[in-house]
Design a binder for this molecule. Structure first.
Ligand SMILES: Nc1ncnc2c1ncn2[C@@H]1O[C@H](COP(=O)(O)OP(=O)(O)OP(=O)(O)O)[C@@H](O)[C@H]1O
Length: 325
């Protein structure tokens, strides 16, 4: 299935710019443009489970909001299951589920079961399918004893499980999870992770997971994308990310034309975007011989060396959140 729909989620140069007005002094207001997402290009195949991480303010939520159609991109092209989210938000809503760890989609005063009933109607889910999905979620997420309890009385872990079920009642093809394990105790975390793993394996649901807990990624995602300042700065395995974190610098080269990934000794291409390529090389090595080699063999237009900012970001994430199991 995966091989058949490699661009199930498909972003090409997606941008989002916010205009913010700030008061400066008594009367003057200043307009400032915030580039929250700055030329994002990536594809996620159907059935993949991908971690989407980055420091605070990196642009993760903005990306997810564009993927769900809540926000319209300022530029670029974006498709989910072939649908342009901003244009056909309602049609897309039938195909996606969203869970925000910090916020609930359930009705605070109603018992869980009543929230589900409302969703049944809102999404016009066929009765048999609704019952089947609800039964499955109740069993696997252990919700049986909670169905008659008003949401406000649920613990955070119980509510999270309730929210995950709510997002799945209409059989979405894609599930976006934003911090699904935040604030949960160890047992609840394990339950949620186990459920998501099975969901992905058995139902083939495509999952995009935003989290600060790298153990979520470790246990669930073969692939992780790192975003920083609205740009994709890493796309690969978590172990590869750890390696990259071990002090590398990046040579960014602009070429006259698109060429296959550059092959030079002592560096490896970590990212290609049109005529621009990013090469990681050990921070301890000198950039000069590398630059000379690239310039000799490739149609170089411009270049710059970046200090290990991404790596610093990751290191910080690791330092802040030592994986808690
Ligand atoms: N509605 C908005 N108006 C103005 N600026 C915004 C708006 N939403 C987000 N931003 C800005 O865009 C940038 C990216 O924000 P975003 O919420 O996408 O980051 P994030 O990666 O989800 O962060 P966090 O991990 O803290 O949730 C930030 O600088 C933020 O202040």
């Amino acid at each position: 299935m995966t091989a058949m729909e490699p661009d199930f989620i498909d972003l090409d140069g997606v941008e989002k710019v916010f205009e913010v007005r700030r008061r400066v002094g008594l009367l003057r207001r200043e307009r400032r443009r915030v580039r929250a997402v700055d030329g994002l290009t990536f594809r996620v195949a159907r059935g993949e489970m991908v971690g989407y991480i980055g420091p605070n303010g990196a642009g993760k939520s903005t990306t997810v909001k564009m993927l769900t159609g809540i926000l319209t991109p300022s530029g670029g092209r974006l498709r989910v299951a072939g649908i342009d989210p901003a244009r056909e938000r309602t049609r897309l809503a039938r195909r996606i589920g969203v869970v925000f760890g910090q916020r609930t989609t359930l009705w605070w005063d109603l018992p869980l079961r009543d929230s589900y009933r409302l969703m049944h109607r809102m999404y016009r889910i066929p009765d048999a399918r609704f019952r089947e999905n609800l039964d499955r979620c109740v069993e696997l997420l252990d919700l049986g004893a909670l169905l008659e309890v008003p949401v406000r009385q649920l613990s955070l872990g119980q509510r999270m499980r309730g929210d995950i079920a709510a997002a799945l009642l209409h059989d979405p093809d894609v599930l976006y999870l934003d911090e699904p394990t935040i604030g949960l105790d160890v047992v609840s975390k394990a339950k949620v992770r186990g459920f998501l793993r099975d969901l992905n394996a058995e139902q083939g649901t495509t999952v995009l997971l935003t989290t600060h807990d790298l153990t979520d990624i470790e246990q669930l995602c073969k692939r992780v994308m790192v975003i920083d300042h609205g740009r994709l700065v890493y796309d690969g395995t978590l172990s590869g990310l750890r390696e990259a974190g071990a002090a590398t610098r990046t040579l960014v080269v602009d070429l006259e034309r698109e060429v296959p990934p550059i092959e030079v000794a002592g560096a490896r291409v970590v990212r290609v975007e049109g005529t621009r390529q990013w090469l990681a090389f050990p921070a301890s090595a000198s950039a000069a011989p590398l630059v000379a080699e690239v310039a000799g063999a490739y149609p170089l237009v411009d270049l710059s060396v970046r200090e290990p900012d991404i790596e610093a970001v990751i290191a910080r994430m690791y330092a802040e959140r030592r994986p808690v199991r």
